[in-house]
Design a protein around this ligand. Structure first.
Ligand code: FE2
Length: 321
């Protein structure tokens, strides 16, 4: 299985083995890193992958496989079409769909945040489509997804979770109104914090309170994200607006422009509610995670005083039943 393959790590990108559980045949050549740090072929394109092979890898502590950078677009097309098949298969349980979608989403989001080059942002956009389809069409799977949101403070995990909450809330809020392009909207939710990839990590992960200067640096992430998404031209202006406006507050005390309620795009207001909830319920260096009940109570009594109560009422429905 391991013919010597002289390939350098710079020509490869990593994919988490978690994200490959549901794939039966390798979409392209997949490599692994051996104990000497060399990249060797693990399975060739179209070779059998499947759960036993992935379980065996994970048993030996292998968390990542590697794909050639030149295969990035092809890999993401294959991933998207196989995820589409899984999401639309009526014989697959909702919990299995939710698990696969969440694992793939986390993996492509990690990559987009680590290396926000066009092909990797495009990969995230591709995978967001079946994820949005699952949330819009499958209530049971959405409940699993909401439960699967992990207690981890990495930015890409936060963004994946906000994406899931944002799409689920938009679906409830807009109901049958088909004038909202949920794929486009979902892309904005999932990538709302992409600008944080340009903020120094020591500030992002600082355990204590930020100084006023550091706070200003962090606040730049909204404009940075807006610019990155503009540079790549992959995403629509509406989705970019979510990135730019998700820290605006209805009472005008938000940033970057201190906009007042009706000037803030409704998509950005939905994103803000999902963002606040996720921040309260995630484990962070500076506070312990709250339960769903505690978080909703805090939001009702304090945080959401300046947010549209109509949107918030729909958000609460996500956790009922
Ligand atoms: Fe943000």
């Amino acid at each position: 299985m391991d013919p010597a393959e002289n390939i350098s790590g710079e020509e490869l990108f990593s994919v988490s083995t978690d994200s490959l559980h549901f794939i039966q045949k390798a979409p392209c050549d997949l490599f692994r890193c051996n104990r000497s740090g060399q990249y060797v072929l693990f399975v060739a394109q179209h070779g059998i992958l499947g759960r036993p092979a992935i379980d065996r890898l994970q048993f030996y502590g292998t968390e990542n496989l590697y794909v050639r950078v030149e295969d990035a677009a092809f890999y993401s097309q294959m991933l998207r079409s196989r995820l589409d098949d899984l999401v639309q298969n009526p014989n697959v349980e909702a919990s299995v769909k939710a698990k696969a979608v969440q694992a793939v989403c986390r993996d492509v989001m990690r990559r987009a945040f680590d290396d926000p080059r066009g092909p990797f942002i495009k990969q995230a956009c591709d995978v967001i489509v079946p994820t949005v389809d699952l949330i819009v069409n499958n209530e049971e799977a959405t409940k699993y997804l909401v439960r699967l949101t992990a207690f981890d403070h990495a930015t890409y995990v936060h963004s994946t979770n906000v994406g899931i909450f944002g799409v689920a809330l938009a679906r409830l809020f807009f109901g049958q109104d088909s004038s909202h392009d949920m794929h486009n909207l979902g892309t904005g939710f999932f990538l709302h914090d992409l600008g944080k990839c340009r903020i120094p990590i020591e500030i992002l992960n600082k355990p204590g309170r930020l100084t006023p200067e550091e706070r200003l640096v962090v606040n730049c992430h909204v404009e940075e994200g807006y610019n990155i998404l503009g540079e790549n031209g992959i995403i629509t202006d509406e989705a970019r607006t979510i990135t730019l406006q998700h820290h605006e507050r209805d009472n005008g005390t938000g940033y970057p422009h201190g906009k007042l309620g009706s000037d803030i795009h409704p998509y950005a207001r939905i994103c803000r509610i999902a963002d606040i909830y996720e921040a309260l319920t995630a484990e962070r260096p500076y506070h312990q995670r709250r339960t769903t009940f505690e978080a909703l109570k805090i939001m009702k009594e304090q945080e959401v005083a300046d947010v549209d109560q109509g949107i918030f009422a729909h958000f609460i429905r996500l956790f009922m039943g």
